[in-house]
Structure formats: structure tokens, C-alpha cells
Design a binder for this molecule. Structure first.
Ligand SMILES: C[S@@+](CC[C@H](N)C(=O)[O-])C[C@H]1O[C@@H](n2cnc3c(N)ncnc32)[C@H](O)[C@@H]1O
Length: 264
């Protein structure tokens, strides 16, 4: 069932892109076909609001310094054509910043006002920021040349439908690229389990201010997602969403996984 169109909020009135946003909001503010339940949405909003101020530093720490490298690899999947990119689940704007540095025209989308406030502080006005749900993207079909998305699909009810919604706004021939946590296999699995079952919750206790919740939630969330959607199943969902030439690269022994493909 559809969430209210008010999810598609726009930048403040002083924004120089206001006219563009108002137009697209009027025309495309409500897609009722892939929206997660209010409980799901609320959970993600409450999880990220308190950690937004410390997200960048602690996030890098909790991934043992790996995820900045993963983001660079994600962005390197796109051709350096200076085209427009929608960065979905942009959070504090780390991927958007990398895209901007590589000469792309970037729009960042996220449903968390607190995370977007940090992104606004990081990025200058060259980057458009939109507060909206990835389930109901307030842009017409084939708006963007490319799309990046980071750590999103564990927070939606129907990853297949969300992938279709992401693909919808990309022009034919454009690249869709995602970064998500993975679960390492073989000998590294016990070390990963120790990390998420012991070290992450312990770090949460020390860091507090929201990290306690994240520390308890993250390992189970990653494990459950990879159980429900092993890599081959994810690649099928990508193809079913209308994305071809789909490829995947496990990073850091499988602790991170980048998937990318070309919009058909
Ligand atoms: C782990 S953060 C990733 C932030 C950033 N892209 C990065 O590289 O670290 C996940 C982000 O997804 C956002 N998010 C979760 N569910 C969403 C949804 N349905 N629509 C839009 N954003 C969502 C959260 O608000 C959060 O900012």
C-alpha cells in the first residue's frame, strides 16, 4: 500500500533548484507500487537519526576502515562521462561527494532528514538533495544517466520492487551500481560472526548515542538479508528489474559486495 506523497519533500525555499523540484513533486510525488510499511520506514528513520552526527567516523571504524575504499570502487563502475547520477540512500553524502569529485552532476536522495542535514553540511549547492523514499522516487522515468545506491535493500520490505523503482528512473544504457555488506564464507565466516556478535555490540555500548541500537541490529540484518537473497538471487532480481550485463565483485573477503549493470 502506498505511503503518503508527503514523503517527497523538497529542498528549502531558498534553494536555487526549487522550481525544478516543485515541478517534479507535482507530477511525480506519488508512486504507490513499492512502498515499505510505515513500521519498516519508521524503524530506519529511528535507527539513523541519532547516529547521523557521528556516522562518517564511526562507520569507517566499524567496517575496519574498509568502506571508504568500497565506495570508491562503487563509483569507479560508472563511466566518467560527467552525466547526471541519482545517489539513493545518500545518507551523509559520502558517495555523492565522491561522485561530485569525479565530475558527475549529482542528486542525493534519502528519507532521513538528520542524515540529509549532514550531507548538506558536507556538499555545496552543486548537489541537489531530496528527502524521499527509495520506494517511491519523485522523478519521472529515465531522468538520470546513472544511479548509485548504498546499504539500502535491507531497509525495504520488497527489494525486488525497490530495484524496479531504482531502474525506472535511469535512462537506457545507464549504469546502476550498488554497495551492500556481505557475509564472508569459508574460514573467514567465524571471524565475521565474532565481529558482528561480539565486537559490534560492544562498540555500541562504548559509543552510545544510537550506536548501541546499530551495534545490536547490524549483524542480524546483514545475515538475514544474505540468507533470503544470496548473491545469485540478487543478480536475478537485478535482471528482472530490467538491468543487463549484471556483475558483482566481493570486496575485503566478501565483507562488502558491489553489484553493477546496465539499464536495458
Ligand atoms: C547505512 S546508510 C548509507 C549512507 C551512505 N550512502 C553511505 O555510503 O554510507 C543507509 C541510508 O539509507 C537510508 N534509507 C533507509 N531506508 C530508506 C528508504 N526506504 N528510502 C530512502 N532512504 C532510506 C537511511 O536513512 C540511511 O541514510
Amino acid at each position: 500500500m502506498g505511503a503518503p506523497c508527503v514523503l517527497a519533500l523538497r529542498r528549502p525555499a531558498q534553494s536555487r533548484n526549487e522550481a525544478h523540484y516543485e515541478t517534479s513533486s507535482r507530477l511525480h510525488g506519488c508512486h504507490d507500487r513499492a512502498v515499505s510499511t510505515p513500521a519498516r520506514r519508521q524503524h530506519a528513520l529511528e535507527l539513523f537519526a541519532p547516529v547521523a552526527p557521528t556516522y562518517d567516523r564511526v562507520g569507517a571504524l566499524l567496517s575496519l576502515g574498509q568502506d571508504p575504499r568500497w565506495r570508491r570502487f562503487l563509483v569507479s563502475r560508472l563511466p566518467r562521462d560527467g552525466g547526471s547520477v541519482l545517489d539513493v540512500a545518500t545518507g551523509t553524502g559520502l558517495v555523492a561527494d565522491e561522485l561530485r569529485r569525479r565530475g558527475f552532476r549529482v542528486t542525493g536522495l534519502d528519507q532521513s532528514p538528520e542524515m540529509l542535514a549532514r550531507a548538506r553540511a558536507r556538499l555545496d549547492d552543486d548537489v541537489e538533495l531530496v528527502e524521499a523514499s527509495a520506494d517511491a522516487i519523485p522523478f519521472p522515468d529515465a531522468t538520470f544517466e546513472h544511479l548509485t545506491v548504498t546499504y539500502l535493500l535491507r531497509y525495504v520490505d520488497d527489494p525486488a520492487a525497490t530495484l524496479r523503482e531504482l531502474a525506472r528512473v535511469v535512462k537506457p544504457g545507464g549504469i546502476v551500481a550498488s554497495l551492500e555488506f556481505g557475509v564472508p564464507g569459508g574460514l573467514w565466516r567465524p571471524a565475521w560472526e565474532a565481529w558482528v556478535r561480539v565486537a559490534l555490540p560492544a562498540a555500541g555500548v562504548v559509543l552510545r548515542s544510537g550506536w548501541w541500537e546499530v551495534g545490536r541490529f547490524l549483524g542480524g540484518s546483514i545475515r538475514a538479508f544474505w540468507h533470503a537473497y544470496p548473491l545469485e538471487r540478487q543478480l536475478q532480481l537485478w535482471r528482472a528489474a530490467g538491468i543487463g550485463d549484471v556483475r558483482a565483485a566481493p570486496l575485503s573477503l566478501g565483507g562488502g559486495v558491489v553489484i553493477w549493470g546496465r539499464r536495458a
